[in-house]
Design a protein around this ligand. Structure first.
Ligand code: MN3
Length: 249
């Protein structure tokens, strides 16, 4: 069946909203290309904006595939890995990440990769949005960027260097402490600083699936353009939550 993108997007958003009310993951994925996941505690979050909202910096097709195929598969695989493990299933995602090394050996790798990917992508969708880049940080967050990262421009340069310096797939991050201190770091695969007891302010996905359709092998070009997608209102809320001790993933 061929239907227009806006219609299909509406169906996905609508069914996901119904599923949120009914608590059924099967309904959430009924119209999505990804296979229906096994029942489990984790759900694919809604983007909160359309697939085309971040153009021209990130194209609509990439956003659709990235969220509805790549992220959806990680949620499904995480739920599958947690089947039969009621204790781990009850853990909030950030606690599961902090304790992945304690998981049964048979599912430890799957939990590490898919819980990491679920957290990373959930953060990633949240910190981007339409009209990004036009409302730069101010107040305590800007003060912290100046104090800890040498200012806004140096932050961008050093963050992009961290992402461009990764061999293969991974993420660049800015971590934030309970005291509001910031630091730039990176991880390979779907690992993240939450696994080390830290919290993430922002992160950029430098797996090729995040940029290859539009940028091909030009990771640096993608990373430069990505700053134009950031929703600094959402990021400031994350900063405030980190200092209040309520930031999770
Ligand atoms: Mn990704």
């Amino acid at each position: 069946m061929t239907i227009s993108t806006p219609t299909r997007r509406g169906l996905i958003a609508g069914t996901a909203a119904i599923a949120a009310v009914l608590g059924s993951s099967r309904i959430a994925f009924a119209q999505a290309p990804a296979a229906a996941p096994p029942d489990g505690p984790h759900r694919l979050p809604l983007l909160g904006y359309g697939y085309a909202a971040l153009e021209p910096h990130i194209d609509a097709r990439t956003m659709e595939l990235h969220s509805q195929r790549h992220h959806a598969a990680q949620v499904a695989n995480l739920n599958r890995a947690l089947q039969g493990n009621s204790a781990a299933s009850e853990l909030p995602l950030h606690e599961l990440l902090q304790r992945w090394r304690e998981m049964p050996e048979a599912v430890r790798g799957a939990i590490r990769n898919n819980a990491g990917g679920h957290a990373n992508h959930s953060m990633f969708w949240q910190i981007m949005g339409p009209g990004g880049g036009g409302n730069p940080p101010a107040g305590p967050l800007l003060d912290a960027i100046t104090r800890d990262l040498g200012g806004f421009d140096k932050m961008k340069t050093d963050f992009d260097a961290a992402g461009n310096g990764l061999f293969g797939s991974g993420w660049a991050f800015i971590t934030v402490t309970r005291e509001g201190r910031l630091a730039i770091t990176s991880r390979t695969g779907q690992d993240n600083p939450i696994m080390d007891g830290l919290r993430v302010l922002i992160g950029n996905d430098v797996w090729e699936h995040a940029y290859y359709l539009k940028y091909q092998n030009n990771r640096a070009g993608y990373m430069t353009a990505w700053w134009n997608t950031l929703n600094w209102t959402a990021i400031t809320a994350r900063y405030d939550a980190a200092r209040a001790g309520t930031l999770t993933v």
